[in-house]
Design a protein around this ligand. Structure first.
Ligand SMILES: NC(=O)CCC(=O)C(=O)O
Length: 266
């Protein structure tokens, strides 16, 4: 067994179009999470926590270059000596807005930035946001990790690419609503089982513009077993994972060794 990683997932209600309220809530939830005993190694936030899906006003609401997010969360990480995967934010740069995750280590240094590759047309993302074009692998204190955002989980090719790049744990900040709870649970478990890795998803809750976000943030192990799952209210979900289990599962069922990419990769 390797060193366990303690996780805390902030499942929160986001006020669409109100970054001030969302920053205040996010910071107080981060404080709560950091005060848990035992203290988490990594705190995870949900998708678009600064603005929600206020897409028609997104250009004026988005965080320019992510500067405010970086300053506030980096300072928090330094103060509490904790890593934070800062969900995603609406971030503006040169007239475009992206749906972007920043990851910070315990010293407050930014260690990764990933912008959502697949924009969700059903919620009009493609009309207001620019998509990213670089997969989100990163190193978390020596642990091979990766991030995808919400709708991205419908694309198994991306998760497989991240696994092939070495990821043993996949983080999924999300803002995923009813009525697709069945899709959410099934897709997350499928990504964990087929790639034999941990999947850690942090969703939002609450109603916004007639859409109901259902929570059910989850921590799933490389066998596809659900280690922890939140309900439909605000919560801080905690769990402990051991990435040594990934090697064990990959050894028991050698999916990666048995692949035949010459036949089906294109
Ligand atoms: N924010 C999103 O990407 C939502 C994705 C979603 O709801 C889906 O069904 O896919």
């Amino acid at each position: 067994m390797s060193t366990p990683l303690r996780l805390a997932l902030v499942q929160m209600n986001i006020e669409a179009g109100n970054p001030e309220a969302n920053f205040a809530k996010m910071l107080s939830r981060l404080e709560e999470a950091a005060a848990l005993a035992p203290k988490p190694d990594l705190i995870v936030l949900p998708e678009m926590w600064n603005t929600g899906y206020a897409l028609t006003e997104i250009k004026s609401l988005a965080d320019p270059d992510g500067a405010r997010t970086k300053e506030v969360i980096s300072e928090f990480c330094r103060k509490h000596e904790v890593n934070v995967l800062a969900g995603s934010i609406a971030q503006s740069r040169g007239g475009t807005v992206t749906n972007t995750v920043h990851v910070f280590d315990r010293t407050g240094a930014e260690i990764s930035e990933y912008s959502k590759i697949h924009l969700f047309q059903l919620m009009n993302e493609h009309l207001h946001l620019e998509s990213g074009d670089r997969p989100g692998s990163f190193d978390l204190e020596g642990l091979p990790a990766a991030v995808m955002i919400c709708y991205d989980i419908r694309f198994p090719e991306l998760a497989r690419k991240l696994a092939l790049e070495g990821a043993k744990i996949l983080f999924v900040p999300a803002e995923w609503p009813h009525p697709r709870l069945h899709h959410w649970r099934t897709l997350l478990q499928a990504r964990a089982i087929e790639n034999q890795m941990y999947v850690v998803s942090c969703n939002t809750v609450g109603e916004s513009g007639g859409t109901n976000f259902f929570g059910h943030s989850m921590v799933i192990d490389p066998w596809g077993e659900v280690l922890a799952e939140a309900g439909e209210e605000e919560a801080i979900l905690s769990a402990e994972v051991d990435l040594g289990l990934v090697d064990e599962v990959r050894g028991r069922i050698p999916v990666f060794a048995d692949r035949r990419p010459a036949i089906y990769d294109n």
